[in-house]
Design a protein around this ligand. Structure first.
Ligand SMILES: [Fe+2]
Length: 284
């Protein structure tokens, strides 16, 4: 007799023999509703708002496509939440920048990276500090989840390369090379612009598909859930997505959050440029 945590309803299920638990495990792997979040960038107000909304939508798990850190005023608090609630989390270029070295960053982003690193160094509770460093040190560059290869950037340059909506029209060779590296489907963040790439190639922003994309008949897709903490599609609301691998749907969500509080926090920190707060208002 032992207990299996069946995550659909977050209810412990007592199993009297191993076949039952194996069947449950199989079902979990076959049908999952997964919340995709990305690019939190130290924005605790946005992350809290998104996690509350996800909590109302009965998902099986939450995964993070990277850039928990950088730009925002609450990197440590965001790491604690992500470490606590996500099944796994990827390494983004701003996580890399804060942990190792900022490469190809503008002046504001570089300064923010050094400030972010200092916040982790300044933690006086050794246990808390060790737990955070262990989590950050274990961030993955890529991982496979069912049919989906997950990266922060692109499958060929998983940390740093951008895949922009315009690439679907202007960069056919780049699109072909990226899709050639994807066994089936993929998911990524990094651009802070939500939508679906197909290998036609094409790009479908959420507003063109009424917020839901059905990929049952698509050979290959790449999902970008947009950014929780710093949207750049001129819509300042937080963005995330839910992938249902049985219904073959991706649902996109946008949420208002307390932008002014984040902006005030940023403006109160001399090492974070005020521009990082202003851009949140404009979603760029
Ligand atoms: Fe980012």
């Amino acid at each position: 007799m032992y207990t299996v945590m069946y995550s659909v309803h977050r209810i412990p299920v007592e199993c009297s023999w191993s076949k039952v638990s194996f069947a449950i495990q199989q079902e979990r792997e076959l049908h999952m509703r997964t919340a995709l979040i990305s690019d939190i960038h130290g924005n605790l107000e946005a992350l809290t708002t998104v996690l509350e909304d996800i909590g109302d939508r009965s998902v099986d798990k939450i995964v993070c496509l990277g850039d928990t850190l950088g730009y925002g005023p609450n990197p440590a608090e965001c790491v604690d939440k992500i470490a606590d609630i996500c099944d796994w989390c990827l390494l983004g270029n701003h996580d890399y920048g804060a942990l190792y070295e900022p490469t190809n960053f503008n002046a504001a982003a570089e300064q923010a990276a050094y400030w972010t690193r200092a916040q982790f160094d300044a933690e006086e509770d050794k246990e808390v500090a060790a737990r955070r460093w262990e989590f950050l040190g274990g961030l993955r560059v890529r991982t496979q989840m069912g049919d989906f290869l997950a990266v922060h950037g692109t499958p060929r340059r998983p940390i740093n390369e951008y895949l922009f909506p315009d690439d679907a029209i202007n960069s056919p060779v780049k699109m072909k090379q990226i899709f050639e590296r994807i066994p089936k489907h993929s998911m990524s963040g990094h651009t802070h612009v939500p939508g679906i790439f197909t290998d036609e190639p094409d790009f479908y922003p959420p507003e063109d598909i009424d917020g839901t994309f059905n990929f049952e008949n698509e050979k290959h897709i790449i999902i970008n859930p947009g950014s929780v903490g710093q949207p750049r599609d001129l819509d300042p609301r937080s963005s995330y997505a839910i992938l249902d691998d049985e219904a073959h749907t991706v649902d996109f969500f946008r949420l208002d959050y307390d932008i002014e509080t984040v902006r005030e926090k940023i403006c109160a920190i001399s090492d974070l440029s005020n521009w990082l707060g202003d851009r949140l208002r404009e979603g760029r």
